[in-house]
Write a protein that binds this ligand. Structure first.
Ligand SMILES: Nc1nc2c(ncn2[C@@H]2O[C@H](COP(=O)(O)OP(=O)(O)OP(=O)(O)O)[C@@H](O)[C@H]2O)c(=O)[nH]1
Ligand SMILES: [Mg+2]
Length: 214
């Protein structure tokens, strides 16, 4: 009987305060949503096991503080990340303008081996508030083209729109990153060789027809 190797993916969620980072993580992991806002202090993570291409993968999802005064832990925990989710609020242009600084700071702090190919994903949250929209979808799509054609979803943590789809996608992108990093994560079973070795340049197992990079 084939033994199952562990695969742990570290995924960091960043973005301005109030965009819905905590809500997205809570919706994805616990299927819960609250209208009450409680600022995240420092950072916190939850784990969730997901099946990716028939393999069991543990996602360690780090929810971070958007408010600067609550970024007490610094950003040292960005190190070793396999993917980064950039969140803005479709009803607030300022949060969209904040994406680039968040991305740049992430790359400085996380210092990945290959920053040009690091897997990012952009989420335009609060898509249930269409009447209050301030950021066009096309603006976000153009921004994503500049980040190595990264994946983009509009999500609603409130209605659970596109939430699990987005996290599944970023997990797939993170698997590719972890494998190419050769960072000690045992990816053997993820790529199905059963031997516990990391396959560099493993072929991308992306069955989706989307044009984004992940
Ligand atoms: N309508 C709507 N409200 C949302 C959605 N996601 C989050 N909210 C609300 O937006 C507010 C902020 O959400 P949080 O998830 O706490 O935001 P955050 O990004 O974690 O904020 P910080 O922890 O300060 O960085 C809360 O009142 C949520 O209920 C959504 O998809 N739709
Ligand atoms: Mg929060």
């Amino acid at each position: 009987m084939a033994h199952r190797k562990k695969c742990l993916l570290k995924i960091i969620i960043v973005g301005d305060s109030g965009t819905g980072k905590t809500s997205l993580m809570q919706q994805f992991v616990n299927k819960k949503f609250t209208n009450q806002y409680k600022a995240t202090i420092g950072a916190d993570f939850l784990t969730k096991e997901v099946m990716i291409d028939d393999k069991l993968v543990t996602m360690q999802i780090w929810d971070t503080a958007g408010q600067e005064r609550f970024q007490s832990l610094g950003m040292a925990f960005y190190r070793g990340a396999d993917a980064c989710v950039l969140v803005y609020d479709i009803t607030d242009s300022k949060t969209f303008a904040g994406l680039k600084p968040w991305k740049d700071e992430f790359l400085i702090q996380a210092a990945p081996n290959d920053p040009d190919n690091f897997p990012f994903m952009v989420l335009g949250n609060k898509s249930d508030k269409e009447n209050d929209r301030r950021v066009k979808k096309s603006q976000a799509e153009n921004f994503c083209k500049e980040i190595n054609n990264c994946c983009f979803f509009e999500t609603s943590a409130k209605l659970s729109t596109n939430v699990s789809q987005a996290f599944q996608k970023i997990a797939k992108a993170a698997i590719k990153q972890a494998a190419s990093n050769n960072d000690g994560v045992d990816m053997g079973d993820v790529f199905g060789d059963g031997a516990g070795t990391i396959k560099l340049n493993a072929p991308a197992k992306n069955s989706s027809s989307d044009s984004c990079a992940c």
